[in-house]
Design a binder for this molecule. Structure first.
Ligand code: AMP
Ligand code: MG
Length: 532
């Protein structure tokens, strides 16, 4: 290291991570008579909007002090590869951080050399949260000739820099910069004060952030073609546990694991059964879940201790991009409190779970509107839950080689067992599902008599009625489709139940669907919503 001497006016390249930290550092170096150029190079910062926000603060500061800024082109992907890979689980201030300091200081050193600066240094040492000694060692090892060792936190540096930033009203960030530091900051804040989830879009930087947070053990709600899912890294037991606690879901109810490819499915499950190939070829990616023998890679918490695991490959383009970005399979049940109506828009998720998670990726309204068809692949192909892919669709794809039957879902079975074994679990609790707060009753053939209606009542038709019946003041008519098309009915049924709840209807009378094809799946949801 070359020493600064009193009479030597040096050109110094000053790396900074934000506007806040730079104030005192620029002021100090200027007061010593040096020429300062800021270097804003922070490939660690995610999402990209955060990089821009901090840059704006740096610009304001530069204008105030009359110093130029060199803005580096951030390559967050490269940063993830070179700095974070293998260190994702490190806490803030752990082993990942010195690697990140090195990455930034190497870029600063290179720029200082190329542009013939006398020295380079960094504002990182102004923060009491950052270890000056480590930073100096890294700086010197990167370029011993040019690195200038200044401990900016000395003589109340941090206090001074805060005073400057307040007087300029600079943007003040709430985390160090990368998604992992954001994850830790969010976890800390969540235990302190509950806050509402932030919406992400399908822009590449938002998808990358969602992917990184998920890989790092975070909880993110994601769109799929069926309903919105509450996703976590399926290989991370703690992350999966946080799904259960956010939903209030009993641990006896196993989760579906989402994958982007057949190869990824093979990391979780035995896919050797000949029916799997046929089903995957016909319906994947799409709304079909296969229950298969599980591999040891899958934590027991995901499968409720079952030897099988439920696997699905979604077709929703945003879900697929998130799966690719996360690089791990995602366990994701519907993103609603256990037992309540499933969410089919990002707003639904925000409304009923917003305070229990950090991010929701908005991918628009779900196309199917009800959950996937679940089949257990064994000696026969047994349907455990009806969905948009119907029994007839399955039979057609399988040909005569395998028979398709309708079976009971796992929870129903457990409810029955519990009933037999003097209810550890209230059986009604497991039969009742997809339920709004309002009372739900089903009708078919004849329009029900609403004389016994209590409070605000909704009369719901499958299709627009030819003429509306005379209704009392308390009652309003709704319909799930114009023409009775069951795909449309499935797409709108959960959204309507939520709308009626929100509008304060206390009594909902819904017309049943025709009991075949998709209609049978809709009826399954309706009868559970109506169960007491
Ligand atoms: P959800 O994620 O809320 O759509 O629900 C997933 C459902 O998949 C569970 O309630 C189970 O009924 C079913 N499921 C998941 N894993 C298994 C499994 N290993 N065996 C049987 N059913 C399963
Ligand atoms: Mg669910």
């Amino acid at each position: 290291m070359r020493l600064l001497n009193q009479n030597f006016m040096a050109r110094i390249l000053l790396h900074t991570c934000c506007g806040i930290c730079a104030g005192h550092c620029v002021s100090l170096l200027q007061s010593q008579g040096h020429e300062v150029v800021l270097f804003y190079s922070n490939a660690n910062i995610a999402p990209a909007s955060e990089f821009e926000r901090r840059l704006k603060a740096v610009d304001t500061l530069c204008a105030h002090f009359g110093v130029p800024v060199i803005v580096d082109t951030p390559n967050h992907r490269e940063w993830l590869e070179r700095v974070a890979r293998g260190f994702e689980r490190e806490p803030e201030r752990g082993a990942r951080c010195p690697r990140c300091f090195r990455y930034s200081l190497e870029r600063a050193a290179r720029t200082a050399r190329e542009r013939d600066f006398d020295f380079f240094t960094t504002t990182l040492s102004v923060s009491p949260h950052k270890p000056s000694k480590t930073i100096f060692e890294i700086g010197k090892s990167v370029d011993a000739e040019r690195f200038l060792e200044v401990d900016f936190k000395k003589q109340d540096g941090f206090k001074k820099t805060n005073t400057i930033s307040r007087s300029l009203d600079l943007y003040r960030q709430s985390y160090c910069g990368c998604e992992f530091s954001l994850r830790d900051a969010l976890a800390q804040r969540r235990t302190a004060t509950p806050k509402t989830a932030e919406m992400l879009s399908d822009r590449p930087e938002d998808i990358a952030l969602a992917g990184s947070l998920l890989r790092a053990g975070g909880l993110v709600a994601i769109p799929t073609e069926t309903v919105y899912g509450l996703a976590a890294n399926a290989f991370d037991e703690n992350a999966v546990r946080s799904i259960f606690s956010a939903k209030g879901r009993p641990f006896i109810d196993p989760l579906i694991v989402h994958v982007h490819s057949l190869e990824q499915a093979e990391t979780l499950a035995d896919t050797a059964h000949p029916a799997v190939e046929k089903l995957a070829k016909a319906f994947w990616p799409g709304p079909l879940t296969l229950v298969l023998p599980k591999k040891a890679t899958v934590p027991d918490i995901v499968t409720a201790g079952e030897p099988t695991v439920a696997v699905r490959m979604p077709v929703h383009p945003v879900a697929r991009k998130i799966l690719r970005a996360a690089e791990v399979p995602l366990a994701a049940p519907s993103a609603n409190p256990f037992g309540y109506v499933s969410p089919t828009t990002a707003q639904h998720v925000l409304q009923s779970l917003g305070e229990r998670l950090d991010y929701i990726v908005d991918g628009g309204a779900c196309d199917c509107g009800i959950e996937s068809t679940i089949v257990l692949v064994g000696e026969t192909v047994r349907i455990l839950r009806l969905g948009i892919i119907t029994r007839e669709d399955l039979e057609k794809a399988l040909g005569t080689e395998f028979s398709v039957e309708i079976g009971k879902g796992l929870l129903e079975k457990k409810a029955e067992e519990a009933e037999m074994q003097t209810a550890q679990i209230a059986p009604g609790m497991l039969k009742k599902h997809y339920s709004p707060r309002a009372k739900v009753e089903l009708w078919e053939n004849a329009i029900p008599n609403l004389e016994d209606a209590t409070g605000k009542t909704a009369l719901v038709f499958q299709k627009r009625p030819g003429s509306l019946p005379a209704l009392s003041e308390n009652a309003t008519a709704f319909w799930l489709s114009e023409d009775g098309d069951q795909a449309t009915v499935a797409r709108s049924v959960f959204a309507l139940l939520r709308r009626l709840d929100d509008a304060g209807f206390s009594d909902i009378r819904i017309e049943r669907s025709p009991n075949d094809g998709i209609g049978a799946a809709v009826n399954d949801r309706l009868s559970r919503a109506a169960a007491r």
